[in-house]
Ligand binder design. Sequence first.
Ligand code: AP5
Ligand code: MG
Length: 389
Amino acid sequence: MLNIALFGPPGVGKGTQSKKILEKYNLTYISTGDMLRSEIAEGSDLGMKAKSIIEQGGLVNDELIIQLIEKKIKTNPGSKGILFDGFPRTTVQAYVLEGLMLKLNTSLNCMISLEVPEGELINRLLLRAKVSGRSDDNLEVIKNRLKEYEDKTKPVADFYDKKHKYYLLNGVGEIDKIFENIIKIIEQTKSVSHTNIVLLGKPGAGKGTQGNLLAKEFGLVYISTGKMMRQEIKDGTEIGKLAKPYMDKGEIVPDEIPIQLIERKINENPDAKGFTFKGFPRTLIQAYIMDGLLQRVNMSVSAMIDMKISTLEAIKRLSARSRTEKARPYDGSAGLIVNRLEQYKEKTNPVIEYYKNQGRYFSIRAEGSEKEVFENLEKKVEDILHDAY
Ligand code: AP5
Ligand code: MG
């Protein structure tokens, strides 16, 4: 997702620039001021509570604002991102925003703040008063709004500055020039966001083969927990000794083991553009662990791609592999293959549901030649990246 907050005092141009940003990016627009004004126009309970506060230029209480925002987000599931105008306006609201982003498994890309001298702000708003019909566009109330901004809203800038997400821009000058500068910041913060792809599919679906190709094509680091564990076993490490009995039986190893290996690999690649994960998460608990692991380093799963093959095809491929040098200890017997396919179904279905509910589930047909499957996969990832910005 692409999430942006526009920040600054009344009259600085937040609404004006929002229109232009929305023309360029397909985002959900959350302007708490506009939403409050329409609640007032509808005469709703919430509107009635907010009316007199707005008319005096004060800030509406945080609870009401949170209700409004929750309502808007619920009516826009699967959104490509959110543009916030006039929110967060208090430190409490900044914490609320952080929680909200976490819940949506995303984070704020940037807070863009516009700066205009107070005299010009007042002039702009008095000029706007002639056409806006806004009850708060008169000199006395404008002064109050500016004071509220100084007292309660400005500290929010610090909150995001500490997170290195705060960008200050000059808001005086041509509207289009200011917009250009805003776009530059947005594009810059977009490019630092990571691409993390999880590949899922029955044993034998080709996750390893395709995962490697995918990582190469998109410049990602390939993480296969199975491959790393086999290496640990080969090297006779402590982790290897712990993992071996499970691996030999074709069973899922205790979560501590892949967690350590993944963390290590992520830490070894601090400049990675993103990661391709193969073989993890395989259980619902691991899906939660994965989110936690990535959150710690300010990342999230961009997409989970289910590589679909039939059961028959899986059996064919695994027994064929058993006759090659890539054979795994559990490839040879029909009993072990069936055991793995059963485990896969039982443990992985909840993982698929988990990603589906968050709009991060995608699937491709993984039967056909290696080349055909890769073409399907490549196209899918390109679509996902394009949609996600
Ligand atoms: P809200 O509606 O958010 O108003 P505001 O923050 O006071 O900001 P404005 O909408 O007045 O200004 P703007 O920055 O959008 O500027 P605009 O683009 O229109 O909030 C209203 C009230 O609701 C608050 O006071 C509060 O009571 C309540 N509220 C809202 N959110 C809340 C929250 N989260 N918590 C608690 N309470 C909340 O531009 C202004 C004028 O300047 C326009 O006429 C425009 O054409 C012109 N202009 C724009 N850019 C330029 C430029 N570059 N050069 C010359 N003119 C320009
Ligand atoms: Mg506005």
